[in-house]
Design a protein around this ligand. Sequence first.
Ligand SMILES: Cc1cc2nc3c(=O)[nH]c(=O)nc-3n(C[C@H](O)[C@H](O)[C@H](O)COP(=O)(O)OP(=O)(O)OC[C@H]3O[C@@H](n4cnc5c(N)ncnc54)[C@H](O)[C@@H]3O)c2cc1C
Length: 415
Amino acid sequence: MLNCLVIGSGVAGLSTALSLRKAGHSATVFEAHNGPSDGVGAFLTLAVNGFDALDTLGLKEQAAQLGFSTPLMSMYLGSTGRHLIDFDFGGTLPDGTTARTMTRSELYTLLREEALRRGIRIEHGRRLIKVEELPDGVTAVFDDGTSARGDLLVGADGLRSAVRPLIDPASPAPRTIPLLNTGGIIPANTAALALKDVDLGVSPGRMKMVFGKRCFYCYMPSPDGRIWWFANPLQRSSADPALLGQEELKSWLTGLVAGDRTPVAALIRATEDIIKPYSTFDFPSVPRWHSGKMVLVGDAAHAASPSSGQGASMAIEDAVTLGRALRGATSDDKEASLAARFAAYEAERRPRAETVVAWGRRNSEPKVRNQFTRVLQDLAMRAIFRGLARKAADNFDWLYGHHIDWDAVPEFADR
Ligand SMILES: Cc1cc2nc3c(=O)[nH]c(=O)nc-3n(C[C@H](O)[C@H](O)[C@H](O)COP(=O)(O)OP(=O)(O)OC[C@H]3O[C@@H](n4cnc5c(N)ncnc54)[C@H](O)[C@@H]3O)c2cc1C
């Protein structure tokens, strides 16, 4: 058995702690926030590959009750309102589970409660500032002057990881993506009143994605009457959008979508609390995911653009793979054995995670988005769009519908 210190209580940290427990180890999670933290953004869509990975932690059934099923995406051109194509959001598992959209707190609460149920301690208000590597383990030092001893340390501390530079001081800084993000959720009662004559053009379970000229946006109704939306403005405002008040924010955003033939302006107006636009980031490539007794998971290792819709699912896949790589390890093992296990984990995860990062980045460039829109218009005019787009739809499957046969992934001992 190993005594594992997990830094960060996001989706990566909590699922890694669960996976390590499942592998027979003890795990303690240390979180910088004073209380439970639900991360940035109001909601996320968990794709089928995320559910597949959760299944190995025994959580798929509960997770499949969260939020609402979102199996389909429909794409539209904002300027003409033209419907382009419907995509299957990465398939359906044999038992009928599809991608689901949920609030972050729903997913985090599920993971936290399961962690506590399995005897995992979550300690809040413990910000890691230093790690001392010892011949027989590690000591994590926190900013409140306390410390903790363990056999190994997992950096699940997100985009601005404190563990990453300890593993490799030359590791790059996060890259800003030219993609602002904003959005909101309209409660059912507001939606029923303010939007009663508005035709959304989609029903629950279908995410409507619109390529506007100056803004890319998505919205979807949930079965309980709420309406969820997010927007990526492709043009900056003259003032820093993060400093805009709600009314200024509404008029900037409605200006960006003016002329689009969709009801998004009404959605923006009906939202009481629009999320302040914030910049988004990714990493080109983190040279080393592990060193000595430290290893990275989740965004700390491979933050991808939100436009990939995959960061949370990738984090869960990491967690499961690391747990498998550490199965059977003990605190008596030599350091070389731990290094080999970490290397096996990294070899399994790096290619897929970095493909997602690269793919997300490509989709985040406004230039590419505009070109994509033009190409789509062009293809539509030539009336061969549908055939080609169907091919493109197949291309989504490697990402969202990717099914890892976890039983076939060799555990470390089998390699
Ligand atoms: C706008 C937006 C939309 C997104 N939409 C989706 C989506 O639809 N689907 C999807 O799968 N993914 C989505 N993602 C990506 C997803 O949110 C992230 O990939 C995922 O949350 C990463 O989880 P994590 O646990 O690695 O990092 P985080 O969630 O960042 O968690 C890291 C934790 O570590 C803590 N921490 C940091 N430093 C320290 C320290 N020194 N000591 C102790 N604790 C520390 C932090 O407080 C935090 O709680 C989206 C991201 C954004 C920004």
